[in-house]
Design a protein around this ligand. Structure first.
Ligand code: SF4
Length: 376
């Protein structure tokens, strides 16, 4: 049996955060939610015919804000997946959620239906930073939502925080991490803010004042050290987990395994082809194809992608596994370039493996661009 991950996109939010470039539509009527779930279920059913040789190991409902949909609708989508796909009994089934968008009762119904992991968008515990991002919730909302998910039986909870927020200081970031860790989530993602041109932040130009480079660097390193001290292992550039709670779904992306995405702006990598949908929600609701791009990468392109993604992981690239997969010697091709970085403390070379250190993670774009230039 081949292994598969499913990603289900729920493109609705209460309002639009000021930095958000995700495919999400604010203020939609509840009738749109039902129509969207109808369209998703049709799509899931049709696509299932291509997956008879696959076992689904992970399911991820992302957004948007999936929990804007009532549990009955979310559970309907999950039931459709159980009915049409072979889902492993120990599958990781994640639901993204924003603070104050789900109650304890809703979490209980979702847990009962089979969701077993919750990922909550916190971003910051500082009220001024939350307002600067255009988030609608407070830290107290997050705490309540977290506790209610726990009380409803979720024993695997992740939270997202952000680095590089307007007004953020190293101290406020460390306070956010400490306040979050006090609730003992199993997993923490800590991503840097990216300013996309097509967002209110992107249009602010010089009026958007962000922490300077030195502060951002301190936040990254001291934040990672604090999380490590609190029992969270950094297993990826931006992700930390207690032992055994790494995100199995995201590991599929970083390990270049097969996944299928459903809904507007969802991407897939399946049967040797990468393909992606447009953001056209109306066409999707009408049951039209929204396939916008599709390509079948060469083995060389696959190898580059693998290197880029695997070097995001603390585990790095195993030369034997690489040779088995791509048929050439990683060390012979890239060892000379990487060795240069070993001396600076950016890269580790142990036995048959190459991996970036935390210092290397911080400058990974530079290292990767040199490596991949080298390969061309
Ligand atoms: S909650 Fe998430 S998806 Fe929705 S607008 Fe904010 S950042 Fe975007």
């Amino acid at each position: 049996m081949k292994k598969l991950g499913l990603y289900v996109h729920i493109p609705f939010c209460r309002s639009k955060c000021l930095y958000c470039d995700f495919c999400s539509f604010p203020n939609r009527a509840e009738s749109d939610f039902t129509a969207y779930v109808d369209a998703l279920c049709r799509d899931l059913r049709t696509t299932a015919a291509r997956c008879t040789a696959h076992t689904v190991e992970t399911v991820y409902f992302g957004g948007g804000t999936p929990t804007l949909l009532p549990p009955t609708l979310l559970n309907r989508i999950l039931s459709e997946i159980f009915a049409c796909y072979r889902v492993s009994p120990d599958a990781e089934i994640t639901l993204e959620c924003n603070p104050a968008t789900a109650t304890k009762q809703a979490f209980s119904e979702l847990r009962e239906a089979g969701f077993n992991r919750i990922s909550i968008g916190l971003q910051s515990a500082d009220e001024r930073e939350l307002r600067a991002l255009g988030r609608l919730h407070s830290f107290a909302d997050f705490e309540r939502t977290f506790r209610e998910a726990r009380e409803a039986g979720f024993s695997n909870i992740s939270a997202d925080v952000m680095l590089g927020i307007p007004h953020q200081t190293k101290e406020s970031h460390l306070q956010t991490l400490a306040a979050l860790a006090a609730l003992a989530p199993e997993h923490i993602s800590a991503y840097g803010l990216t300013v996309e041109s097509d967002t209110p932040f992107g249009k602010m130009g010089d009026r958007l004042v962000l922490p300077d480079e030195e502060t951002s660097r301190e936040m990254y390193f001291e934040g990672a050290q604090l999380l490590e001290k609190l029992g969270y292992r950094q297993y990826e550039i931006s992700n930390f987990a207690k032992t055994g709670y790494e995100s199995r779904h995201n590991l599929k992306y970083w390990n270049c395994e097969e996944y299928l995405g459903f809904g507007p702006a969802a991407y897939s990598d399946f049967g040797g082809t990468r393909f992606g949908n447009s953001r056209d929600l109306s066409a999707y609701l009408e049951g039209k194809s929204i396939l916008a791009e599709s390509e079948s990468p060469s083995l060389g392109e696959r190898a580059e992608e693998y290197i880029m993604l695997r070097l995001r992981l603390a585990e790095g690239v195993d030369c034997q596994a690489f040779a088995n997969r791509f048929g050439f010697d990683f060390d012979a091709k890239f060892g000379k370039t990487l060795r240069k970085y070993v001396f600076g403390g950016f890269v580790k070379h142990t036995q048959n493996k190459w991996a970036l250190t935390r210092e290397g993670f911080y400058v990974s774009n530079t290292i990767l661009s040199e490596l991949l230039d080298f390969s061309s």
